[in-house]
Ligand binder design. Structure first.
Ligand code: SF4
Length: 374
């Protein structure tokens, strides 16, 4: 049987080295596929992420093997150590890459919807001060927003598997055994919060209506020891799972709400829930006792006071941030050019912040909501 779990494939590049073993004195911690295809090493109190790419023109890299490119990020350790580890990983990969890449390249190359098996469901994320775990039942998103930051990362994984190019929003890997793997892992991982969020997909894009993988994960979490669970979405389907979410004492559900103007929403997120639907769902969840939050990032054009009023009604807390890059949404921003201006973004965030404060709405920064009243 071929390697189907991409994290396993990344580790197989280094075999016989395994997590816990050392390379150049740094300890291999594991592989991650959520924020790029990464092998992570702990080195002198810091971290080195070695990122793996298919050999494609224009890819920035620090080392190469015969078929792959490698880059690195050194966090809290010397750059020279990052570069040395990157080169050492490339050298190791030369030995294993043919068998690993050939095993990844089996199956229907043109498939848009693939059912895949995984061996790990939870990936560590966050900081030492505020760690959490990400959970992604799907990779690839059928909502397909043009600005989506996930598309490049997910596209790299697709190309590494040798799959045919396909537009963002038209393909997805469904991790069909995710709930079973999650159930096993919950007994092994620390009690950190778990976040189902659009890091490589939306947990409630259309295919979830049929496959119910997100719901199955929530049911596992409901039946396990209580821990904080955060669900962030742009899809109305989350309301289907109100019964499970209401039975979880520490679940919070959030929507992205970058504007109150549905015409603006329709331009940037044409296949996602309307603003009215998002507000309706948050209202309904709150009525069932589910804690709610909202994320406004970036701020898009629209009436800020009306947005603040709506947020005050439906969201237990709100996160605000400015635009962090247009992604592939240049055409969308051409229709609203003011929204790409840094000063406009900053001023709008400040204005919305003041409007929320005036309405007593708790705000938070970073990746996880502050504790919010139910
Ligand atoms: S819904 Fe989220 S994950 Fe899906 S395309 Fe839009 S931004 Fe990306």
């Amino acid at each position: 049987m071929g390697v189907t779990d991409l994290g396993d494939a990344l580790l197989a590049l280094l075999a016989p080295l395994a997590p816990g073993d050392t390379l150049l004195g740094a300890t291999l911690r594991g592989a991650s596929t959520e924020l790029g295809l990464r092998l992570t090493f702990e080195d002198a109190g810091g971290l080195v992420h070695v990122e793996v790419f298919p050999d494609e023109p224009g890819t920035r890299h620090a080392a190469r093997s015969a078929r792959l490119l490698f880059a690195y990020r050194a966090l809290g350790t010397e750059r020279a150590r990052g570069e040395a580890l990157c080169r050492a990983v490339a050298e190791r990969a030369r030995v294993n890459e043919d068998s690993v890449l050939d095993s990844l390249g089996t199956g229907d190359r043109a498939a848009r919807v693939r059912e895949v098996q995984i061996t790990r469901a939870l990936e560590p994320a966050g900081t030492a001060e505020r760690p959490y775990l990400t959970l992604s039942p799907y990779v690839g998103c059928l909502i397909g927003c043009r600005f989506c930051y996930a598309q490049e990362r997910v596209g790299v994984a697709r190309r590494l598997r040798g799959l045919a190019p396909a537009p963002w929003g038209s393909y997805v890997d469904a991790r069909v055994n995710v709930a079973a793997v999650l159930a096993r892992e919950l007994a092994e991982v620390p009690p950190h919060p778990i976040k189902l969020c659009p890091i490589v997909s939306d947990p409630y894009h259309a295919i979830e209506a049929r496959l119910r993988l997100t719901r199955a994960c929530l049911e596992v979490l409901r039946d396990a020891a209580p821990r904080d669970v955060y669900v962030l979405t742009r899809a109305r389907l989350v309301e289907r799972d109100a019964d499970v979410l209401a039975a979880m004492s520490r679940a919070r559900v959030g929507f992205s709400l970058p504007t109150i103007d549905d015409a603006v929403r329709a331009r940037f997120e044409p296949r996602a829930a309307s603003i009215a639907e998002r507000l309706d769902v948050l209202r309904a969840l709150r009525a069932r006792g589910v804690a709610t939050f909202a994320v406004v990032q970036p701020v898009l054009p629209g009436d800020l006071d009306a947005l603040a009023d709506a947020l005050a009604e439906v969201a237990g807390s709100v996160s605000l941030d400015v635009l962090r890059g247009e992604g592939s949404a240049r055409a969308d921003f051409d229709a609203h050019p003011e929204a790409r201006d840094e000063a406009w973004q900053r001023d709008r965030v400040l204005a919305l912040r003041a409007a929320l404060d005036a309405r007593g709405v708790p705000r938070w920064e970073g990746e996880l909501p502050a504790d919010a009243p139910r």
